[in-house]
Design a binder for this molecule. Structure first.
Ligand code: MG
Ligand code: MG
Length: 276
């Protein structure tokens, strides 16, 4: 099934439009990140993100997706919630692991990104293992991105993520990354772990959302009663990081990163290739 569906390759001009959408998502997530403090409700995070997105002339892309229709701008997933949590009255507490996923569409082009953070508090409220889980997830994301190169096969991503993560944490296998462009979810599906299925060969113009999810326990997940919230089966905490990335002949442009990925790609010796 994988790799046989049509991939939407983008022109340079189309990638520039996706960069504009990506920067709206980055701005929304930056605003949300400042509110990851004790006492904030997840609904407040959602309201701020929606305000930033609509203020930029863009539209939150998660609202109305799926069945039942997703109701919010953000997915906010706390502690054992992995992804797709629905914002609401829940109040953040010190030490919570909060994963925030945001999508926006601008002039018909989509951006999709996520980060996790541990709510700051006194040392006895913050578990260092949660901080390490979060850092490992972020690191896995950047290694997955840095592995992308024209001529490679898609499964370089999962191999790089898995090598980066090692065996300290589990990689969730039930969800993965995806192509993105004129719609939020497009072929190909991007696995976050090593697989023999090589997948399609990477060509210039492919745009992908890379999004590893890690848990402190088993990788198995369950779907909540709201039909959206994905939780770890064993109740251990999870983290999720995501960026939308464009691959061109010259290298990589991380469309949802403020700096286009320049700093992290340099650290990992991957070619940074902005088109602006
Ligand atoms: Mg996302
Ligand atoms: Mg995504």
């Amino acid at each position: 099934m994988m790799g046989r569906e049509r991939i939407e390759y983008k022109t340079a001009d189309q990638i520039r439009l996706m960069r504009a959408a990506g920067l709206v998502v980055a701005e929304a997530l930056d605003a949300v990140a400042e509110l990851i403090v004790e006492g904030t409700t997840t609904a407040q995070l959602d309201a701020v993100a929606e305000q930033v997105i609509r203020g930029a002339g863009a539209i939150p892309s998660f609202i109305g997706v799926g069945h039942p229709p997703f109701p919010s701008t953000l997915c906010v997933s706390v502690n054992e919630e992995v992804v797709h949590g629905i914002p609401g009255p829940r109040v953040l507490r010190a030490g919570d692991v909060v994963s925030v996923d945001c999508g926006a569409v601008l002039k018909g082009w989509h951006g999709d990104a996520a980060f996790s953070a541990v709510v700051p508090g006194p040392p006895d409220t913050v578990d260092p293992d949660d901080l390490a889980l979060n850092e490992a997830t972020r690191e896995g994301l950047w290694h997955g991105i840095a592995a992308l190169a024209v001529g490679e096969r898609l499964n370089v991503v999962g191999a790089a993520v898995q090598d980066s993560v090692g065996d300290r944490y589990s990689l969730v296998e039930d969800y993965g990354g995806h192509g993105i462009g004129t719609s939020m979810h497009q072929p190909p599906h991007v696995l976050n772990y090593r697989t023999r299925d090589a997948g399609p060969r990477l060509k210039a113009g492919i745009c992908l959302a890379i999004e590893p999810m890690l848990t402190r326990g088993s990788p198995a997940t369950l779907l909540g009663e709201d039909r959206w919230t994905v939780v770890t089966q064993d109740g251990t905490n999870a983290a999720h990081w995501e960026h939308t990335v464009a691959l061109t002949k010259a290298g990589l442009w991380v469309l949802t990163a403020r700096d286009g990925g320049e700093a992290e790609l340099a650290r990992l010796s991957a070619p940074f290739a902005p088109l602006d």
